[in-house]
Design a protein around this ligand. Sequence first.
Ligand code: GAR
Length: 196
Amino acid sequence: MSKAKVGVLISGRGSNMAALIEAAKADDCPFEIALVLSNKPDAGGLETARAAGIEAWAIDQKLFGKDREAHERELDAALRQADCGYVALAGYMRVLTPFLVRAWAGRMVNIHPSLLPKYPGLDTHQRALNAGDAEAGCTVHLVTEGVDEGPILGQARVPIRTGDDAHALAERILVEEHRLYPAALAELVQQKPASS
Ligand code: GAR
């Protein structure tokens, strides 16, 4: 079986990236992780990826100043060079410009720690607690130009417990993120043949 090649973009510890790498080891997983890129040189996930034998490096956003598109052109070139058919954002904490979003339309996914359309953006766990919600969760969606707005591919729900703080809730949701992301990505690559 030929596997879809996925490039993963991270900014930090990369636990979702690690979950994708782990899932991709299965013979019947329809994707493989071809490349990991970070916008930050100190992202811990880079070392994790390399330890798993995956090519991983940073394209430091600081080198491009305010020119976000120039930074993304480098990301895009590296993804194409690695022959990626899909891109998975995994804790990539920088809003994308229309350039990269359009370049990968329908083939770029994101994981977000809320039940979208609730709580796009940051501080999702605290916002769910502040609202008195009975449940929270995570969402995998296609990336479009509106932040955290694209078509939803999958969600996982987590009950909010009495006494939960943002940290406890985030940890429980993260467990679900690690299950949901590989499953949703596998489904996408099986539906939609990559074209570049
Ligand atoms: C994850 O919880 C992910 O859903 C979230 O950042 C965390 C990254 O953790 N992403 C966003 O908030 C994107 N808007 P990780 O680096 O361990 O995967």
